[in-house]
Design a protein around this ligand. Structure first.
Ligand SMILES: [Zn+2]
Length: 341
C-alpha cells in the first residue's frame, strides 16, 4: 500500500510500504478516505527539535475513512461504515483513559503522524476504541475535520472554558481551521463572537460564518477594539492558539474572572505574564491539548444535525501536500485543507 512519509525535514515522499496488519481481536482496519492538515503537520514537516520521533515517519494526524475489516471481539461497528480516527495512540487502560480523558493518558505513545506513524496511507489498523462512527449523511471529508479540529475546539470551549449562551468570546485567528470551527460552535450555543483576522477578505468570510464583530489585526489593535465593543468590561472567554504575538492583548481582553483557553502557539512559545493582573482580576488560564474521544462524537453529531459545517479551503491530492503545507505556514488558507488518497 501507499504511505506518505517524511524522510527528512521538509522532504515528503509517497512510499510503498507493507499492507497494514490484520486486525487483532479488539482492532479494526480502516481504509483512509481523507486527511485534514493542521499546524502540527507543518511543525512535523519543518522539523521540531523537541519532538521525539524516528524517520521515516508516515504523516497525517487527522483523518477519516471506512471500516474495511473488524476484529473478532469488536462490537457496534460494521464494514463500510464511515469513521473518524482519534489522533493519539492512547493506552485505554490507565485511570485517565478509563475516565474518558484519553488526552491525559499516562502511557500515551504519541500523536499520530507526529511522534508515531500517522494516517496518510491507504490502510491503518488500530484499536476499535479509537474510531468514532459518523452518523448517516456525514461525508468522509467532513468526518476528517472532527478528530483534531472540531474535537479540540469542542473540548476547549465547553469542557474547559464552559462557554454559555449570552457570553462574549474573543476568537483569535478566526480564519484558521480551528478558528472557523470555534466561530460556528460558539454561535451555535448563543454566544456573541468577536474574532480577529489578517485580511478584509478573511473578515468577510468570518462574518458569513456568523461572527458578530471582526477585527483586522493588521489595521487595528484588537485589544482596544475589544474594550470598546464590551464597554470596557472585557470578554468572558478568549480562545487562544496564536501565542506570543497576541498573548498580552488576549489577557488584557478578559473581563474580571474571565477565562482564557489556549491550545497553540504558532507565533512562538514564550510570553510574559503579569501576576498582579492574574490574581487581582481573578483570571483563569487553561491549557488544552487534543480532546476526549467523546468530543469527536459530539462534533460529528453537530455536523450531522447541520448545526456546524466544516469549512474546506481546498481539497488536494496526495502529491501536492508540500504546496498545501506551505500555504498553511504562510496563512494563505481559510478553513481546512483536505488531502485525498
Ligand atoms: Zn491511557
Amino acid at each position: 500500500m501507499r504511505a506518505l512519509q517524511l524522510l527528512a525535514d521538509r522532504k515528503l515522499s509517497i512510499v510503498d510500504v507493507p499492507m497494514a496488519a490484520e486486525p487483532g481481536p479488539a482492532e479494526v482496519r480502516v481504509k483512509i478516505g481523507a486527511v485534514a492538515l493542521n499546524h502540527i503537520d507543518v511543525w512535523g514537516w519543518r522539523g521540531m527539535a523537541f519532538a521525539k520521533r524516528k524517520l521515516p515517519l508516515t504523516v497525517g494526524a487527522e483523518a477519516a475513512g471506512t471500516i474495511e475489516k473488524i476484529g473478532a471481539d469488536v462490537e457496534g461497528l460494521k464494514v463500510g461504515q464511515t469513521v473518524a480516527i482519534y489522533g493519539a495512540e492512547t493506552c485505554g487502560t490507565c485511570p485517565a483513559c478509563h475516565a474518558g480523558r484519553d488526552n491525559l493518558c499516562e502511557n500515551v505513545a504519541g500523536v499520530r503522524g507526529f511522534h508515531v506513524d500517522g494516517l496518510a496511507c491507504d490502510y491503518v489498523t488500530l484499536k476499535a476504541r479509537h474510531v468514532v462512527p459518523a452518523p448517516e449523511g456525514v461525508s468522509v471529508q467532513a468526518a476528517a475535520c472532527t478528530p483534531i479540529t472540531f474535537g479540540t475546539v469542542q473540548h476547549m470551549l465547553f469542557d474547559n472554558a464552559k462557554l454559555e449562551a449570552g457570553q462574549t468570546i474573543l476568537i483569535q485567528a478566526g480564519g484558521s481551521g480551528i478558528g472557523t470551527a470555534a466561530i460556528q460552535l460558539a454561535k451555535a450555543v448563543g454566544a456573541t463572537v468577536i474574532t480577529t483576522v489578517g485580511s478584509d477578505d478573511k473578515g468577510e468570510k468570518a462574518r458569513a460564518l456568523g461572527a458578530d464583530h471582526v477585527i483586522n489585526y493588521r489595521e487595528e489593535r484588537f485589544e482596544g477594539v475589544v474594550r470598546k465593543l464590551t464597554k470596557k468590561r472585557g470578554v468572558d472567554v478568549v480562545f487562544e492558539h496564536v501565542g506570543v504575538d497576541t498573548w498580552a492583548g488576549s489577557v488584557f481582553s478578559l473581563k474580571r474572572g474571565g477565562t482564557l483557553v489556549t491550545c497553540g502557539s504558532t507565533t512562538g512559545i514564550s510570553a510574559e505574564i503579569n501576576l498582579f493582573q492574574l490574581y487581582q482580576q481573578q483570571l483563569r488560564l487553561i491549557g488544552s491539548f487534543g480532546c476526549r474521544i467523546e468530543n469527536i462524537a459530539q462534533s460529528l453529531a453537530k455536523i450531522a444535525a447541520g448545526v456546524v459545517k466544516p469549512v474546506i479551503d481546498s481539497t488536494v491530492p496526495f502529491e501536492n501536500i508540500d504546496e498545501a503545507l506551505d500555504r498553511i505556514e504562510q496563512r494563505q488558507v481559510f478553513g481546512k485543507i483536505i488531502v485525498t488518497l
